[in-house]
Design a protein around this ligand. Structure first.
Ligand code: FE2
Length: 375
């Protein structure tokens, strides 16, 4: 692992100030049922809706919220919708990691002048609650970043959405607070291309690099570069497969997703034991970690605030860096294709990504790949 060099002028030259992740939009086969899954299993709250009743003749979208996390689930109302094409190729997956900015027009123009590929230029959406300006650029595969400017808007989400709630059904949240990072998988040889894209076009910097010596098992390997924006609120690790004896988990993803895309979204909690206990009780399945992991974990990470037993029972991993430690766990894929999964993370000082857990984690993924006939 290498920490990247930084330059003193970075802060003052941030041409793309980003306040945070605005929303993550998923294109799915059946948004109505997916919305129920995110409520019942993940504890998200229904907030807003767009569809036939609001004059949207092409797609239906549901907005669900937990903490600062906004998920939008969108599906096609007919076969000519671009959403239908996306779902046919990729299955359910992330289309858009939208970025909250103060000036979407500037964000679009600054990135376009540095070589971004446009999805659409600035458009103004208006209703009685004010106006929102959106513009979008492409990243890897069919994934996009929409810049969202909402400083002149006080509606529930975006113009075109109406309030949506189910007065007869409510599930307690599970303590998810914010999107910690979103990881992309790209083809062999493309990691540097997209790391450079985030550096040159969006002004991000390379926070960390992992090579195949950091991330390898007996069978497979991957390489990863973590790109972060100026204020570190946005972190995008980018993975590519590396040569190994068997098929890398990244190649399995690329095969089943039909190209590059978002591999996992990490969501932060302040109490991972409570969050994972709730998620497991609601049917979310996580990767199994061998009991032997817990025999030596405290030798590696030192003293931690948590009891070891519940971590072991729940399969939560621990890692430490110079600044503190972190607790993390990874779900199994949340759709039929072995593509998107979730990470739940609790940071206690550490700002890294769990390098000390990579080996145990990837061996666990390989056991799942083997069961799927994809190793
Ligand atoms: Fe992660």
């Amino acid at each position: 692992m290498q920490a990247a060099p930084s330059t003193a002028s970075e802060e003052s030259t941030d041409f793309l100030p980003i306040n945070g992740t605005d929303y993550v939009e998923f294109y799915v086969g059946n948004a109505k049922q997916a919305a129920h899954f995110y409520q019942a299993a993940f504890g998200f709250r229904p907030i807003a809706y767009s569809g036939l009743e609001t004059g949207n003749r092409d797609n239906t979208s549901y907005l669900l919220v937990q903490g600062k996390i906004r998920f939008v689930l969108t599906s096609a109302l007919h076969g000519k919708s671009a959403v239908a094409d996306h779902v046919k190729l990729h299955g359910d997956g992330v289309r858009d990691v939208a970025l909250w900015v103060d000036d979407a027009t500037s964000a679009y123009e600054e990135t376009m002048s540095r070589g971004a590929e446009s999805v659409h230029g600035p458009i103004v959406l208006e209703d009685e609650h004010g106006k929102v300006i959106k513009a979008a650029i492409r990243t890897y595969g069919d994934t996009i970043h929409t810049f969202v400017e909402r400083r002149n808007y006080n509606g529930i989400f975006l113009p075109g959405f109406i309030a949506w709630e189910n007065e007869f059904y409510s599930v307690p949240d599970v303590g998810l607070k914010y999107v910690d990072h979103c990881v992309g998988n790209v083809h062999l040889g493309e990691m540097d291309t997209y790391a450079d894209f985030y550096a040159d076009v969006l002004g991000f910097r390379n926070l960390l690099t992992f090579d195949d010596k950091d991330i390898s098992t007996e069978y497979s390997a991957l390489m990863s570069k973590v790109m972060a924006n100026g204020n570190d609120r946005i972190k995008f690790p980018i993975n590519e497969p590396a040569a190994g004896k068997k098929k890398s988990q990244i190649e399995e993803y690329l095969d089943f997703y039909g190209g590059p895309g978002i591999q996992h979204v990490a969501m932060a909690t302040d109490n991972i034991i409570e969050t994972v206990t709730a998620l497991r009780s609601r049917g979310i399945q996580f990767l199994n970690i061998p009991e032997s992991y817990y025999d030596s974990v405290l030798d590696r990470v030192g003293t931690i605030d948590e009891e070891l037993l519940p971590l072991k029972e729940l399969g939560i991993l621990v890692d430490r860096d110079d600044e503190g430690y972190l607790l993390q766990i990874f779900s199994k894929p949340v759709q039929d294709r072995p593509t998107l999964f979730y990470e739940i993370i609790q940071r206690k000082g550490a700002r890294s990504f769990g390098k000390g857990n990579f080996k145990a984690l990837f061996e666990s993924i390989e056991r799942e790949q083997e069961l799927r006939g994809n190793l």
